[in-house]
Design a protein around this ligand. Structure first.
Ligand code: ADP
Ligand code: MG
Length: 509
């Protein structure tokens, strides 16, 4: 009896569980993903030396101090700006900042690592146990730890001379390593995680997060298991520098592991690379070949102490985080989440961030109208010219004035678009009103509209008669005549009103 009465709920639960895990790309399998992100810290100087961090395209080996080149006897000096940015990241990720953290040496031999070891935080990282909420998911992604470490140099192969050259510009640049727990469940969640993390790092100024330029790189761990079974053996795919590559690498890896397991072979723990031409992963080394890094505390660096006061002070100076901005945009301006995301994704221009630009424009204007002009018209025009918001030449007061001209009826919507196009094509110091006047876009006043309407009725007598007899549709033809005569400058709504008034006046007479 008891057993029978228990059955339906358990079956129901199992079905619900199956449905929750169901992915038609790999039915019956659960995908487990954990990501280790390396973000280059946006500090002026390197983590342990006073040489500058290098931008893209800089000549090789110009920003190198003796310490970066591992000259014997040189000593590291910790850059507090890097610590501060790590602290901000730790706060944004809602993690437990450690009162004491320290640095360790991770030893391996490679030509781009002059010291023979990388200074990292292995035993006592700066922060633990964080959280990041990502779109389309209820529970947050848990962050296992956040650590500070050095970047390596770069080896560049020259096919002409068939030599590998070492560029030490990047050697010693500060990195933030952010490690998740294995909480992600699909390629899409992995992409959402990286995009959310990237937006946050940019908002707080911790990293430019530029994946193509290599300032944000991900190692992605993937395993699969039959639904209801324990987690499988993971493979780690190294150094993915694009969201689309992350997704492709996971999809390839899941299918590869699924083929192995379905045919009775085990998945062996491996470090794998990703070929961005074929979108395939390939074996680099197995667990047996894994290096022994011989971690040891760095004797030349002391402990980082972080007091509760310093954390509190940093919290006070944190900018608005992207997810808070998103909520503010949807709640204050009643924008949809998609529209809020569009604004957030636009980044910055000469007038500051797109969100700040929008905020200022909305001060005494309708947010929906502002959004439409800013995103549909302005950005539409810019992207048609293969430009982005960063290239926007319109100051906030120029766009505001243009919006106001249309809103007050001084120019029509069509003229507003024309004016915008003209301003973008030929930027100048003139105000939009002056330019509208020069372009003869300022709407005819009511008298002119009246004259045109009277002229139209006179020019189209049979249409006017038809209207008076109740054929309302012919009004469009009369309206079209007026619009054509005014070269599109008349306000069609106003013309329609005037025409109806005149025609009905006629009929009543
Ligand atoms: P290690 O200490 O060997 O580097 P970690 O436990 O730190 O291993 O995990 C490294 C990364 O692998 C983390 O991002 C973690 O989330 C992820 N990970 C751990 N187990 C799995 C698994 N079964 N499948 C996928 N990813 C995993
Ligand atoms: Mg690890």
């Amino acid at each position: 009896m008891l057993v029978l009465s228990c059955r339906p709920p358990i079956r129901l639960l199992a079905r619900r569980l199956r449905r929750a895990f169901h992915d038609s790309r790999w039915p019956g399998w659960q995908v487990i993903i954990g990501i280790e992100t390396h973000a280059q810290i946006l500090s002026r100087q390197k983590l342990f030396s006073n040489s500058l961090n290098s931008g893209l395209g800089e000549a090789p080996n110009i920003n190198v101090s003796p310490f970066d080149a591992a000259f014997p006897g040189t000593l590291p000096v910790l850059n507090q700006d890097c610590v501060d940015l790590a602290l901000r990241t730790a706060i944004a990720l809602d993690s437990k900042i450690q009162t004491r953290s320290s640095f360790d040496r991770k030893h391996y031999f490679y030509s781009d690592l002059p010291a023979g070891y990388q200074i990292t935080q292995h035993y006592a990282p700066i922060a633990l146990d964080g959280h990041l909420n990502i779109p389309n998911r209820d529970s947050p992604i848990r962050i296992k730890q956040i650590q500070l470490e050095q970047d390596t140099a770069k080896s560049v192969f020259d096919p002409h001379t068939r030599t590998s050259n070492i560029d030490l510009n990047r050697a010693g640049t500060g990195l933030l390593e952010i490690v998740t727990e294995p909480d992600l469940r699909s390629p899409e969640e992995a992409a959402g995680f990286v995009r959310t993390l990237q937006a946050m790092l940019r908002a707080i100024g911790a990293s430019d997060g530029n994946m193509e330029a290599g300032s944000l790189r991900c190692d992605v761990n993937v395993s699969i298991n039959s639904v209801g079974q324990p987690h499988g053996t993971r493979c780690e795919i190294k150094n993915l520098n694009g969201v689309k590559f992350i997704q492709a690498a996971i999809i390839f890896e899941v299918q590869r592991q699924r083929a192995l397991l379905s045919n009775g072979y085990p998945v062996s723990q491996e470090t794998r690379g990703f070929n961005s031409d074929t979108f395939e992963t390939f074996k680099m080394r197995s667990k047996e070949e894994a290096l022994d890094y011989r971690y040891m505390p760095d004797p030349n660096l002391g402990v980082i102490f972080i007091t509760p006061e310093r954390i509190e002070q940093t919290k006070q100076t944190m900018p608005e985080l992207p997810w808070a901005t998103r909520t503010r945009l949807t709640e204050t301006y009643k924008l949809s989440e998609q529209d809020a995301d569009i604004l957030l994704s636009l980044g910055g221009g000469q007038e500051g961030s797109a969100v700040a630009y929008f905020d200022r424009l909305c001060k005494d204007r309708n947010p929906r109208v502002v959004f439409s002009w800013m995103v549909h018209e302005l950005l539409g025009r810019l992207s048609a010219a293969k430009l982005t918001f960063a290239d926007n030449p319109l100051s906030e007061s120029q766009l505001g004035e243009l919006v106001d001209l249309v809103h007050t009826g001084a120019i029509t919507g069509t003229s507003g678009k024309l004016l915008l196009r003209e301003i973008l094509a030929n930027p100048s110091q003139k105000t939009p009103t002056e330019r509208a006047r020069l372009m003869s876009l300022l709407s005819h006043d009511e008298l002119d509209v009246d004259d045109l309407c009277v002229a139209a009725i006179a020019a189209l007598p049979s249409e006017a008669l038809a209207f008076k007899r109740g054929h309302m549709n012919v009004l469009n033809k009369i309206l079209g005549w007026v619009m054509k005569e005014s070269r599109g400058k008349a306000d069609s709504k106003l013309v329609r009103e005037r025409l109806v008034a005149l025609l009905e006046q006629d009929r009543d007479a």
